[in-house]
Design a protein around this ligand. Structure first.
Ligand code: ARG
Length: 575
């Protein structure tokens, strides 16, 4: 049971018994300043306002009615009616003795579809795909941890005019006797070749356009070539996911082309529902809800006048599938903020046409751009896009240098393994720890560092706890002891430990991973503060104290590693 809920129940009951309206809630929050105790209840003020009563007096009455025996050791009413609660250390110790971190719970039992990563397959994965991949994967893990059944949908871009050009290029390579694998071994160069060919050779360009039409009508030969291209490109992406420790698999791939056959029937349904209109030969939806300042409705093209369907049409088909076939309760999209209008249109049109029932929650969780130190979108030195494969290589090299400088005696194998985990952790954490809606600056020196709010700092805190157990020759996993809280730093640590589930719940609702990152950083700092003041293995420490402190350390490591795992970051026993 989380502290917030316990306090909510106790204070809520008191408010009820005072006859306050049902909608009035205690509004429990952790205190931001220890001066005001550990938790605060701020609901008295709103309730008093409603009932036109004196808030301070009402807060006093609520507090008098609340049974906090064995929970709080000190309470008072401050200011205009804040109820400050200082928790009893014994109560914290007791709650910690029932800790269940790491076991999947069943707080939520929703079906949640998460649309993330979704790179275009024409080119190699580059930094532009990183944020969706990392943030989406974190939220997928968090929601699963909370007990939801999570359905990952990787809406890869594998359809559209570009693919006519690429298939035409592949065809000419194969006619020349080349193997597809070889021709496509470097997707970037291949793409550039095709593009040059397309721009310079009108005959080739016409052929490429003809292939688009053939692909759409299901011509087996064009489809076979196209499939070869797609398979190689998907395999490349899966390799990147593996290196990044991202949980997406082949089974999660549901690309744009998968909806090709649904587009025509979807249009028919939209016509029947009377939501589409003819506009200069095109089929469009006018969305009044998204009208501009002049009152002109937003226009969403469903089918162009030449008969072609669009990115938006496919998204509507995907929405329909997720709702009707996958039976989602929540559908989450992790897509760049620049597609916000597109997502709004898709959601509005989906509601207008009844493709999703009203109780299904549609959520676009947008994010900003990854910037270089110069404040411009992150690029290579020569101004090109940075491939993810290269970014990962560079991170590993940098991490190797750092680890080697700290610990020159590691074996080559351990060095590589530790460096890999640090590198991937650093890249992910640098992203996840920033408020996702903002742009953020990608800075190697800042992220691959043992100081500050970084992944290596958190990984190191965990490893440090492992080494305490090793030194004591005690098995960390199976260690168990009664917790006795006497020192202030012990209490601060205990309180932080107990806030883990509260934080996870919040992340599962708002989908802001930085909240979890900040928490883990505070937890690691609380551990460091505790460890400094409260020696564990030193001579002269009583057995009870030593065991209790080991127990606190064990729980800290458990929450740190579990929290990092939810961020998609691995820990290691030595560093
Ligand atoms: N492939 C798209 C892009 O790279 C992202 C797709 C996101 N998902 C979606 N359902 N639209 O911009």
């Amino acid at each position: 049971m989380i502290i917030r809920s316990i306090l909510e129940n106790r204070l809520g009951a008191a408010m009820q018994s005072l006859g306050l309206p049902f909608e009035c809630s205690p509004i429990i929050k952790p205190s931001t300043n220890p001066k005001f105790g550990d938790y605060q209840a701020n609901g008295a003020m709103a309730a008093a306002k409603r009932l036109k009563k004196n808030p301070h007096e009402l807060a006093q009455k609520i507090l008098e009615r609340t049974d906090l025996v064995g929970i709080a050791c000190k309470t008072d009413v401050a200011g205009p009616g804040f109820i400050n609660i200082e928790l009893d250390p014994n109560f914290l110790a007791e709650l910690l003795s029932n800790d269940e971190t790491g076991t999947k719970n069943h707080q939520d039992v929703k079906r949640v579809v998460i649309d993330y990563s979704a790179p275009n397959l024409a080119k190699e994965m580059h930094v532009g795909h990183l944020r969706s991949t990392i943030i989406g994967d974190c939220i997928a893990r968090v929601l699963e941890y909370r007990g939801n059944s999570v359905i990952r949908q990787n809406h890869m871009g594998d359809w559209g005019t570009q693919f006519g050009m690429l298939v035409a290029e592949l065809e000419s390579h194969m006619i020349a006797g080349e193997q597809a694998e070889l021709a496509l071994s470097d997707l970037e160069t291949f793409y550039q070749k095709a593009k040059r060919h397309f721009d310079d050779d009108p005959e080739f360009a016409d052929h490429a356009r003809a292939i688009v039409v053939r692909l759409q009508s299901g011509d087996p030969q064009s489809r076979a070539l196209w499939k070869q291209f797609i398979d190689i490109s998907v395999a490349h992406n899966l390799e990147i996911y593996k290196q990044l420790n991202v949980s997406l698999t082949k089974e999660d791939v549901k690309p744009e082309s998968a909806y090709n056959d649904q587009l025509e029937p979807l249009l028919e349904e939209l016509v029947q529902m009377n939501v589409v209109q003819d506009d200069q030969g095109a089929k469009v939806i006018f969305i009044d809800e998204l009208a501009n300042k002049k009152g002109e409705p937003s226009v969403m093209i469903i089918r162009k006048s030449d008969g072609g369907f669009l990115y938006a049409t496919t998204d509507l088909a995907a929405l329909q599938y997720r709702s009707r076939e996958l039976k989602a309760d929540r559908i989450l999209y992790f897509i760049d903020a620049r597609q916000s209008l597109h997502m709004k249109q898709v959601f509005c049109a989906g509601r207008l046409a009844n493709l999703v029932p009203p109780n299904v929650s549609l959520e676009h969780h947008a994010f900003g751009t990854m910037m270089g130190k110069d404040g411009k979108p992150f690029k290579t030195r020569t101004g090109g896009t940075v491939k993810l494969a290269h970014l990962i290589d560079e991170a590993r090299e940098r991490a190797e240098q750092l680890v080697k400088s700290k610990n020159p005696n590691l074996s080559e194998r351990d060095l590589k393994d530790i460096a890999k985990k640090i590198a991937i952790g650093a890249i992910k954490y640098a992203d996840l720890s920033k408020t996702r809606t903002h742009d953020y600056i990608f800075d190697w020196d800042e992220m691959i560092s043992f100081e500050g709010n970084t992944a290596p700092y958190l990984q190191y805190a965990n490893t440090r706890i492992n080494s305490i157990f090793k030194r004591a020759n005690i098995d960390q996993e199976s260690h168990s002891a009664t917790i006795i809280i006497t020192e202030n730093t012990e209490k601060i640590l205990a309180l932080k430990l107990l806030q883990f589930e509260e934080i996870i719940e919040q992340v599962s609702l708002d989908c802001y991973p930085h909240v979890l990152c900040n928490y883990l950083y505070e937890l690691a700092s609380a551990f460091m503060g505790f460890y400094e003041k409260c020696p564990i293995l030193r001579q002269g420490i009583s057995k009870e104290k030593k065991d209790s402190r080991l127990e606190l350390a064990k729980l800290a490591a458990k929450k740190l590693s579990c929290g990092l795992d939810l961020l998609g970051i691995e820990v290691m026993p030595t560093m």
